[in-house]
Design a protein around this ligand. Structure first.
Ligand code: NAD
Ligand code: UDP
Length: 330
């Protein structure tokens, strides 16, 4: 297949490009590196089936030759990123989604939208099934992301209903793994970076809020399963139902890294959802998908990758320059 991955230079997108190449597809990665990094895809450049197009997805898009799949991932995704880039986030979800849908429509391609558990907002029911409509503050600081994704979902469904575009939606829950930016501000990258540097782990609020963390390799398997189900609109939740409080996550990261960092409590951000856990019945039944990587194993791999970065910072309780234990696994 010939696939276009918008946001292919980002954390999830780069893993998706890699997975598609691995199975023999040709991949056009479209990215403006607003929040992604060229190094995420640097080693893919040697593959003759990989092409990078530096472009803004909010501009008119075209790709020479046939296109079988458009996977639309381009959007800032970390809360500090979308707070910093509110207008860009709205237009990636709005105009960017429309441009990606037009590309798919023109080529008769399968279209998969990377939506988010944020469409459920601060959910009133738990766990969250896809037929729950959500509880989003439309004017709060998270709204630029949440509402952009809700609008993107509405647009995908409108193209499907009115133009017959083969559009499908996956709602992605918190995902982590190698290639997260150490300073992207998300909880896993922040805690791992802090633990390896010997700095206190910054838990927001009292840490009782929960999230369900999915390893990136599992997520990418779910996205490709959705790509491979022409006709399926979803939405389909993709996430790991293993739910943990943020405080439990901090303790797990400390254990896995062997860090002596403590925990520092900081104020809870406005509108921070209290609980998050996917109901993945639909993904199991329609895609035959479920996550396989337990959180502690995924965190070990993630921490090993962070420890392998050129300057992870001094390790706690060890002489400067001595290797961090996780480096051995990297
Ligand atoms: P990321 O920031 O690492 O990747 C997003 C990519 O999109 C970046 O490479 C960025 O440069 C690119 N991009 C942004 N605006 C663009 C534009 N206008 N034109 C072209 N490229 C643009 O984030 P991620 O975690 O990899 O998320 C990927 C997708 O998955 C996003 O759509 C996000 O909303 C969704 N998602 C991710 C998670 C998660 O936990 N990682 C959870 C829910 C949904
Ligand atoms: N969080 C935290 N410390 C941090 C970063 C995040 O306690 O340094 C909390 C945050 O308040 C939220 C959870 O961790 O309750 C997940 O945050 P993240 O930004 O990773 O994702 P999201 O809020 O979008 O689910």
């Amino acid at each position: 297949m010939r696939a276009v991955v918008t946001g292919g230079g980002g954390f999830v997108g780069s893993h998706l490009c890699e997975a598609l190449l691995r199975r023999g597809d040709t991949v056009w990665c479209l990215d403006n590196f607003l929040t992604g990094r060229p190094e995420n895809i640097a080693r893919l450049g040697a593959d003759p089936r990989f092409r990078l197009v530096r472009a803004d997805v909010t501009s008119a898009l075209d790709i020479p030759g046939p296109v079988d799949v458009v996977a639309h991932l381009a959007s800032p995704a970390s809360p500090p990123d979308y707070h910093r880039l509110p207008l860009e986030t709205l237009s990636a979800g709005g105009r960017g989604t429309e441009m990606a849908l037009r590309l798919a429509q023109r080529h008769g391609a399968r279209f998969v939208l990377a939506s988010t558990s944020e469409v459920y907002g601060d959910p009133g029911i738990h766990p969250q099934p896809e037929d729950y409509w959500g509880n989003v503050n439309p004017v709060g600081p998270r709204s630029v992301y949440d509402e952009a994704k809700r609008y993107a979902e509405a647009m995908a469904m409108a193209y499907r209903r009115s133009l017959g575009t083969d559009a499908g939606i996956v709602r992605i829950f918190n995902t982590y793994g190698p290639r997260m930016r150490p300073h992207d501000g998300r909880v896993v990258s922040t805690f791992v970076r802090q633990a390896l540097a010997g700095s206190p782990l910054t838990v927001y609020g009292d840490g009782s809020q929960t999230r369900s963390f999915c390893y990136v390799e599992d997520l990418v398997r779910g996205i490709t399963a959705m790509i491979d189900q022409p006709g399926l609109s979803g939405p389909v939740n993709l996430g790991n139902p293993a739910e943990r409080s943020v405080r439990e996550l901090a303790e797990l990261v400390l254990t896995i890294t062997g860090s002596r960092s403590g925990i520092a409590y900081r104020p809870l951000p406005v509108d921070d959802p209290a609980r998050r856990r996917p109901d993945i019945t639909r993904a199991r039944e329609l895609l035959g998908w479920e996550p396989l990587v337990p959180v502690d194993a995924g965190l070990r791999r993630t921490a090993a990758w962070f420890a392998s970065l050129p300057r992870p910072g001094p390790a706690p309780g060890r002489a400067a320059g001595s290797p961090h234990p996780l480096r051995a696994e990297a």
